[in-house]
Design a binder for this molecule. Structure first.
Ligand code: DHB
Ligand code: MG
Length: 221
């Protein structure tokens, strides 16, 4: 079927363009060993985040939702030596496994991992960040967007994961709080004059989903 073909094409491009080093392979294996859900971005998506960091010459990156640190590691490896990823994980077990994966990748110095609710941690962070990846509980995306803008400067890039959910995003009658949060997040982006945005649907090994990406234009922030 289509889903199988999408996964095969992902595997082909991954081998050509975004092969995972031992650190990323270890991360996925270690996550599975510790019962973490396979909700990581794909290798090609991780590489895309890495390229965005290089394209924008980002050095301060914020990630909301670490899980096992797979995307964290892709991003940290793309940074200059003086760069850093600040990443926030609510689940203590996930954070412990992420810490192992980050240490194993030799990125301990480049990653600041906070364990706790993002809405408690975000107020303690020092602005600004150059790139912000939002990939946690989608019901809170509207709050995360407000914080992302507060922690931005002119030109900051904000990226949201899982913004299509198999087409669920266009269901205005949805009772799923995650899809409701997602829809509100998109509505806020569309109404905010400081944000210039687009959405890209993706298919692949992770099914049918997508990213929203925005640039912050706020001369006064
Ligand atoms: C889920 C969350 C994610 O961030 C993701 O990339 C895939 C799935 C989930 O909670 O189902
Ligand atoms: Mg995600």
């Amino acid at each position: 079927g289509d889903a199988e073909k999408w996964a095969q094409v992902d595997a082909w491009f991954t081998e050509k363009l975004a092969p995972e080093g031992p650190d990323l392979k270890y991360t996925l294996a270690n996550n599975a060993d510790h019962g973490l859900p396979a909700h990581d971005v794909s290798a090609l998506q991780g590489k895309m985040l890495a390229l965005f960091i290089k394209m924008t010459r980002a050095s301060r990156v914020l990630e909301i939702g670490t899980l096992g640190g797979y995307s964290t590691i892709w991003m940290a490896k793309a940074l200059p030596h003086y760069g850093s990823v600040t990443t926030i994980e609510f689940n203590e077990h996930h954070a412990k496994v992420a810490r192992q994966n980050i240490d194993n990748a030799g990125l301990t110095e480049r990653v600041e991992l906070h364990t706790g609710a993002a809405l408690d941690v975000l107020p303690m962070l020092k602005a600004p960040f150059d790139l912000i990846f939002i990939d946690a509980d989608k019901a809170n995306n509207p709050r995360y967007l407000e914080w992302a803008i507060k922690l931005s400067k002119q030109g900051t890039v904000i990226i949201g994961d899982n913004t299509v959910r198999g087409g669920g995003v266009i269901d205005s009658e949805t009772q799923d709080p995650n899809v409701q949060g997602l829809r509100h997040f998109i509505q806020m982006i569309s109404e905010d004059e400081r944000l210039e945005a687009t959405a890209i649907q993706t298919v692949g090994e992770k099914g049918w989903d997508g990213f929203v990406m925005a640039i912050v234009n706020c001369p006064s922030c």
